[in-house]
Design a protein around this ligand. Structure first.
Ligand code: P6P
Length: 346
């Protein structure tokens, strides 16, 4: 065998010997809960499987004619991209077969998706199968975002099983399909990142107990939305830009229009993301399967997430596709936004 190949295998062998796989990490966490049935571990492991199958299609976008749209529109009135449909179908099928899920709420479906009683389980999953999909044809990082709730009662599934405030999440996470595929999840105790080794077909712990940097290096928002901003956003943005002077550029602008990519970059490097609701209340991002799971992760990493003034995870959803303004980043920065909102109003 060529030396290079031997080195590669040696590196993988060394890597696997020294770091946890996703399943090992999940099981380690389960063993801390003596009353655990193993369902949540099974569910999380299956979400990892769904991520592998989705990334296999994302990686071949354009080669197997998944580029472009189906020509359909979804419940959001947005053009459904072919990969949206593939990601949706994969995620739903894997969840249904896991035996851990009773119902799902998806960005792509008007109503909740019930799991037949003979393969139902104790959990409810709210998910966006492929966030950022409008960027697919430009090869921008996109991702699957998920929130997991434990059912509060058995029996027939009702909408109330999914219309839960974010603080009732037991696990939240996302899988970002970027330069590598990375699964990030939290149970509230820590935020941990797992990178998929495509050669081994396994996720390996790549960042443990990730903490959101207190200081922002990046400001992430769509500045062309300025005409629609509430009154407080412009003074806040101006104050952030005012941190740059002749001596040093302390904050830079980074916004790619793929929430999961913008959030992940800010989580790693230190940044704040804003997509405020308009003064009329009209908003873009979805509460159940975008804002809530990312808010759970942000708070578990030491950060914060609001709609400008209220904690995202305290908002009581009224509908599966409720939208909300979102300010998410370091706690001090999110609190500063709330002060600007109080001072300048909507
Ligand atoms: P805009 C992608 O469609 C998405 O839902 C988020 O991923 C992203 O942050 C936002 O929309 C971008 O919206 O209005 O800036 O194009």
């Amino acid at each position: 065998m060529a030396l290079g190949r031997q080195l590669e295998y040696a590196q993988v062998a060394m890597f696997t010997a020294n770091t946890l796989t996703l399943t090992q990490h999940i099981l380690k966490r389960q063993h801390k809960h003596p009353d655990a049935t193993g369902q949540l571990s099974g569910l999380l492991t299956q979400i990892g499987v769904a991520g592998k199958l989705i990334q296999a299609n994302v990686r071949r976008a354009g080669l197997i004619e998944v580029w472009g749209s189906t020509g359909d529109t979804n419940v959001q009135g947005e053009t459904v991209q072919k990969l949206d449909r593939i990601a949706q179908d994969i995620f739903v099928d894997i969840m249904k077969r896991s035996g851990c899920v009773a119902a799902m709420a998806s960005e792509e479906e008007h109503e909740i998706i019930e799991v037949p009683a003979d393969s139902s389980g104790d959990y409810v999953v709210c998910f966006d199968p492929l966030d950022g999909s409008s960027n697919i044809d430009a090869n921008v990082s996109i991702g699957t975002i998920f929130a997991i709730y434990r059912r509060t009662k058995k029996g027939e599934v009702v909408r109330g099983d999914t219309l839960r405030p974010g603080h009732e999440q037991v696990v939240a996470g996302y899988i970002i399909y970027g330069s590598s595929t990375v699964l990030v999840y939290t149970d509230g105790s820590s935020v941990d990142c797992f990178t998929l080794d495509p050669g081994a077909g396994e996720y390996f712990l790549s960042r443990a107990n990730l903490r959101m940097p207190d200081k922002i290096k990046q400001l992430s928002l769509n500045e062309c939305n300025e005409p629609y901003w509430p009154k407080w956003v412009k003074p806040y943005v101006t104050s952030v830009k005012g941190r740059n002077d002749a001596e040093k550029r302390r904050v830079s602008s980074r916004h790619i229009g793929s929430l999961v990519a913008d959030f992940h970059r800010n989580l790693i490097f230190g940044g704040i993301f804003l997509y405020p609701a308009e003064p009329s209340g009209k908003a873009k991002l979805r509460l159940l399967y975008e804002a809530n799971p990312l808010a759970f992760i942000a708070e578990a990493a030491g950060g914060a997430a609001t709609n400008g003034v209220q904690r995202i995870m305290d908002l009581q959803p009224e509908g599966l596709h409720d939208r909300t303004g979102l300010v998410i980043g370091p706690k001090a920065e999110v609190e500063a936004c709330a002060r600007f909102a109080k001072e300048h109003g909507n």
